[in-house]
Design a protein around this ligand. Structure first.
Ligand SMILES: Cc1cc2nc3c(=O)[nH]c(=O)nc-3n(C[C@H](O)[C@H](O)[C@H](O)COP(=O)(O)OP(=O)(O)OC[C@H]3O[C@@H](n4cnc5c(N)ncnc54)[C@H](O)[C@@H]3O)c2cc1C
Length: 551
């Protein structure tokens, strides 16, 4: 180790799971580095590597949306932690969906393990980085007005930073502040659970019917002493009188296949996957129409083969028609109502109903997520193609990011018990009342005193309010790949400025670069090739810097 040289210094802003993936990858690439390397990770959030979504302190009612059998986040060979399933104190059921807090504890343990190895040295800086300025070849970081650094490299891994509320939410926030109506966030779920202790006789509405709604329902029922037994809900009497769910289309997502055995036949033949990889790579640098044509041509045989395996016969034309609708208006293929969609999802995921085109393709798309990233992320995608392909992937999340079937069954049991009400599920009219809200659907009107927001802000760079990101946007360093999407970055995460020039030694990974990358909202992506590419780039640049300096 060259102890007579100053340490190379790296800053990572945001200490969630993605920072751990990046640090582990970098530690592996720096094994031969003779210079000391000092890494400072900035985050106001207390836990290392878990981030708010896998907060070890979060309610045990919040579950991962990934079955244990599918969790594959590589632990480095040097780590004592091993795989998540081996690290847990009990032998997990591989078809179960683990607690998000348990996963957070595991990530923390991996971080502790990495930091204990001592090369590189990792130091945690508690606080929100609020500005960045160049210093020589590197950067300085402002923390509460104090400049720290200089750093040879800066990596931004801010997850979903704070952003401007949408018009509806902003209007409701003002209303709640004026009237005393209760407007609550879905997370942290433990805060929601505390607030819900007071909602025993109230009607509650939940905005958003994505994955978070299942966490909220568990908090408002199991969290208040209720239980599910033999498919029925046994009320405690402390839960809200009624819970109304609503969203733009009123449809819940589809659960994942219940067991590994049911899931396996959705894996497409190898040749179809290879053809898809080629098509995805070509599509990612083509014009939108060509991209759609290339992808459809690769998807159709895969869907046909998977359905044939389930003894379901469909024509290529049926699949092509389904895909055309999906590209244009995701979900428009089905006229099923909210409850029919929920029940269909349960039957499909439990194997009681033969798969249709949507369910089969949704599972194939889930299984192709790594291939999608591998083909899309390393190339520069034209902005209009990026918008189209990312939009297609986002629409398919209703299948590919599906909830555990147990959560869908719980929702069904709560409807049966008269607690959950889907009568206003599809885009109700929403009016303010002196003490809350009124939902109107056709002739039906319902007043609610409590509104829970379970909608995640969109990964739109321009709505961010985080001072660091806003500052970088104002001086043209960060720029949207196209309106309403994430930042323009190179395959190794290097930030590309408004003039198309790469900014040396400044990288961004994760959700805020959606469009430059795809399918970033996943743990697997945090520990995937994007982190490796970033680490290889940094290790190479640090080596060049070391080589230039006298021995
Ligand atoms: C409710 C929820 C549930 C999810 N469940 C799953 C799941 O089950 N499976 C799955 O694969 N994925 C899940 N995801 C997707 C999830 O976002 C990613 O898997 C993962 O959390 C992304 O990690 P990250 O490090 O990029 O971001 P985060 O985990 O969000 O971490 C970013 C960190 O950056 C910090 N930060 C931001 N700005 C600054 C700043 N200026 N200075 C200092 N620190 C800053 C934040 O405080 C935060 O701690 C879920 C997402 C949500 C919202």
């Amino acid at each position: 180790m060259k102890t007579d040289h100053p340490a190379l210094r790296i800053a990572v802003i945001g200490a969630g799971p993605r920072s751990l993936g990046a640090l582990e990858a970098l530690a592996a690439d720096l094994r031969e580095e003779q210079r000391a390397v000092q890494i400072d990770t900035f985050d106001p959030f207390p836990a290392n590597a878990a981030g708010p979504n896998f907060d070890p302190e979060e309610s045990p009612l919040c579950l991962l949306n990934t079955a244990m059998r599918d969790i594959d986040i590589r632990a480095p060979r040097s780590s004592k932690c091993g795989a998540f399933a081996d690290w847990l104190a009990h032998d997990p059921d591989l078809d179960s969906f683990p607690l998000r807090a348990d996963l957070g504890r595991y990530l923390e343990a991996r971080h502790t393990d990495l930091a204990a190895q001592g090369h590189p040295t990792i130091t945690r800086v508690f606080g929100r980085a609020d500005d960045l300025r160049p210093n020589g070849d590197g950067w300085e970081i402002s923390l509460h007005g104090q400049w720290l650094g200089p750093y040879d490299e800066v990596l931004l891994t801010p997850g979903q930073p704070a952003s401007t509320p949408d018009d509806q939410l902003s209007h409701w926030q003002n209303h709640a502040a004026r009237s005393g109506a209760i407007l609550a966030n879905a997370y942290p779920a433990r805060n929601l659970a505390r607030a819900a202790e007071q909602w025993g006789d109230k009607t509650v509405a939940i905005r958003g019917m994505g994955l978070s709604v299942f966490d909220v329902l568990r908090v408002l029922t199991l969290g208040l002493g209720g239980r599910f037994e033999h498919g029925k809900y046994i009320a405690s009497g402390r839960e809200p009188a009624r819970i109304l769910l609503f969203s733009l289309d009123g449809k819940p997502p589809f659960p994942k296949p219940e067991t590994g055995e049911l899931d396996a036949p959705f894996t497409p033949p190898k040749a179809d996957t290879e053809a898809f990889c080629k098509a995805m790579a070509q599509a990612s640098c083509s014009a939108p129409d060509k991209a759609r044509e290339l992808l459809n041509a690769a998807i159709i045989p895969a869907v046909r083969h998977v359905l044939e395996h389930h003894a379901v016969t469909v024509s290529d034309k049926d699949i092509a028609d389904w895909l055309d609708k999906e590209w244009d208006v995701p979900g428009s293929q089905s006229s099923d109502g909210p409850r029919e969609t929920l029940q269909a999802g349960i039957e499909l995921a439990s194997g009681q109903r033969a798969p249709d085109i949507g369910f089969a393709f949704g599972q194939i798309w889930r299984k192709w997520q790594d291939e999608i990233r591998a083909a899309y992320n390393p190339v520069e995608t034209p902005p209009d193609t990026a918008e189209q392909i990312v939009g297609f992937d986002e629409g398919l999340k209703r299948y590919s990011y599906g909830q555990p079937i147990s959560s869908a069954r719980e929702m069904e049991a709560l409807i049966e018990a008269g607690i959950v009400d889907l009568g206003h599920a599809a885009d109700p009219q929403l009016d303010l009342t002196p003490s809350g809200w009124q939902l109107t659907s056709g002739n039906r009107q319902t007043e609610v005193l409590v509104m829970v927001d379970s909608v995640l802000p969109s990964p739109n760079l321009s709505i961010t309010t985080d001072p660091l990101i806003c500052g970088l946007m104002e001086n043209g360093k960060l720029t949207e790949i196209t309106k309403g999407m994430g930042a323009r970055t190179a395959p190794d995460g290097t930030v590309i400025d408004v003039d198309g020039t790469p900014i040396p030694h400044l990288c961004l990974l994760g959700r805020m670069s959606l469009g430059s990358v795809i399918a970033a909202d996943s743990l697997h992506d945090c520990f995937g090739e994007a982190a490796n590419r970033w680490a290889r780039g940094v290790a190479e640049r640090l080596k060049q810097k070391s080589d230039k300096e006298p021995a």
